[in-house]
Design a protein around this ligand. Structure first.
Ligand code: BG6
Length: 510
């Protein structure tokens, strides 16, 4: 029998087992926004798909004075359309109200964990999810270690810590946080989440590059002229103004999501799709990103902030008028950078990055623009307007890939025009795709597969790249803040970053 021509690519990484091992999931910050919006819906998704072991339970910990019953009610309310499996699981939920600095909180937690092992057979296996504000991450890690919760309970095999971003606010604080967390947990126990790594289309960058022979030969400076990475959002800061005031677009999106997409797109082929090989290659690539001095950084970046405007036909307020935002805030809601990757493959290819809130649409894409033909033999205006070949990886929405190339317009005249060859996820695959990466990531963490999680050296390299911009902007008059009207593609001055090289920003296809 001959092998099928279209052998399925096993998931990037190793196919996840159907069910998690027995374990107790402890959610710190259980009464918070992240738990409500992401973690509980992800758990419900896994429960309904039979991905959780029978021997499984959840313990919530937070400062809010709730009872077990109140926590259960919230879990049902947060997932209104979940089915019977979720309702059954929620009946097991327990809740510990208390301060993270108090021994009582952890004594109570330990008692409940022991009870869970007895009642539900969770076998001493624990996954702790830090869904709290970052300032208490190290406090909780320390307390867990002090109480002996950083190792599995009796007969157990693992105790893991899942950590949400932001992981530090600059390189120094990230290193401090890492040192504190490492006092309590070893690196192989720590699962740092970047939800972009859970997105199918982000993982598909690996399939496109390493499961196809046609792209790899042209994936380098000889063929690629420039690269643009766009993470545009039409939403503003919503109810997170207070948090955003401590972050800004560079910390919120570039340091993590953009760096992950950049690393996967530009890294060298890994020799295996496992946690070690994949992350080794990402780190190697991040290390090759050129680090400007703070002075140079001012020249290579543009930061902006939205003023009032119209988005999706609705009038929206200025950032400075959002709840929780200072009326003279200098925080950027838009950032554009011109990066260079200094290695054999990418030397001389500019990598333009932009992200912003209150832009005209929600779109995340990577566009590789190829060199033009060396000589254009066709005449006529349309041929002159021909755009260079571009390969666009659309991460969201309308997930897919399109290749833009020149084609002859039918007719007697020889006219050439840019057209696109499109692959759309939705029309090709009918399997359900997760709306966000949380179910996948939570499942992987509970199964101990670290491939899609961020290793300590990746975090460090990503901060090393963005730190000079933060430093430059912290100086008085360092890299002014440029305003843009909500509903536009950011401050005009961002065009200058590209115009110097004769390039311009793409208008993403919506
Ligand atoms: C989060 C940021 O990490 O990513 C938010 O904190 C942002 O500010 C969100 O809105 C974007 O995620 P997605 O999946 O909608 O692109």
């Amino acid at each position: 029998m001959t092998a099928p021509l279209t052998a399925p690519l096993t998931a990037p990484l190793t196919s996840p087992p159907q069910q998690t091992p027995p374990l107790a999931l402890v959610i710190f910050g259980a009464s918070g926004d992240l738990t409500s919006r992401k973690i509980l819906p992800a758990l419900a998704n896994l429960a309904e798909r039979g991905r959780l072991a029978e021997e499984f339970t959840v313990i919530g910990v937070a400062r809010t004075e709730w009872s077990d019953e109140e926590f259960r009610q919230v879990a049902l309310k947060d997932v209104p359309d979940a089915g019977e499996h979720w309702r059954e699981l929620v009946e097991r939920f327990r809740y510990v109200p208390g301060e993270y600095a108090s021994t009582e909180t952890f004594d109570r937690l330990k008692a409940l964990l022991a009870e869970a092992d007895q009642r539900y057979g969770t076998h001493g296996n624990r996954v702790y999810y830090l869904a709290t504000i970052p300032s208490v991450f190290s406090l909780i890690a320390d307390a867990l270690a002090k109480e002996g919760c950083n190792v599995p309970g009796e007969g157990g095999e693992f105790a893991r810590l899942v950590v949400e971003k932001p992981y530090g606010k600059d390189l120094e604080s990230a290193l401090d946080l890492d040192a504190a967390v490492h006092r309590a947990f070893d690196e192989d126990q720590i699962f740092r989440i970047d939800h972009y790594m859970g997105k199918e289309t982000v993982q598909n960058v690996l399939a496109l590059r390493f499961a196809n022979a046609v792209f790899e030969p042209i994936w380098n400076r000889r063929y690629v002229e420039q690269i643009q990475i766009t993470v545009a959002e039409s939403i503003g800061v919503e109810h997170r103004g207070g948090f955003y005031e401590t972050a800004g677009a560079l910390r919120d999106i570039v340091q993590n999501h953009v760096m992950q997409v950049l690393a996967l797109t530009l890294m060298e082929p890994p020799t295996g799709m496992d946690a070690t090989h994949l992350r080794d290659e990402k780190v190697k690539l991040l290390k090759a990103v050129d680090i400007p001095t703070p002075d140079e950084a001012v020249d290579k970046a543009v930061r902006g902030q939205y003023r009032a405007g119209v988005v999706d036909q609705l009038a929206v307020p200025a950032y400075r008028d959002e709840e929780g935002v200072a009326s003279d805030s200098m925080i950027e809601t838009y950032v554009a950078l011109r990066l260079r990757v200094e290695n054999w493959r990418w030397a001389g290819v500019p990598v333009y990055v932009r992200t912003g809130k209150r832009l005209p649409a929600r779109v995340t894409e990577v566009a590789l623009q190829f060199h033009r033909v060396p000589f254009l033999a066709f005449e006529g205006e349309l041929a002159r307007q021909l755009r260079p070949n571009t390969l666009v990886l659309r991460i969201q929405p309308n997930e897919g890939i399109s290749l833009h190339f020149g084609a002859k317009v039918p007719g007697e005249e020889f006219r050439v025009q840019s057209v696109a060859m499109d692959f759309l996820y939705d029309t090709t695959f009918h399997e359900g795709r997760e709306s966000d990466g949380y179910p996948r990531l939570l499942h992987d963490a509970m199964c101990g597969d670290a491939t899609l999680f961020i290793r300590t050296d990746e975090v460090e390299q990503a901060w090393r790249i963005v730190d000079p911009y933060l430093e430059a902007w912290a100086e008085p008059g360092g890299g002014g803040l440029h305003f843009y009207r909500a509903g536009t593609w950011g401050p005009h001055i961002a065009d200058l970053l590209l115009e110097r090289s004769g390039d311009s920003w793409r208008i993403p296809e919506l």
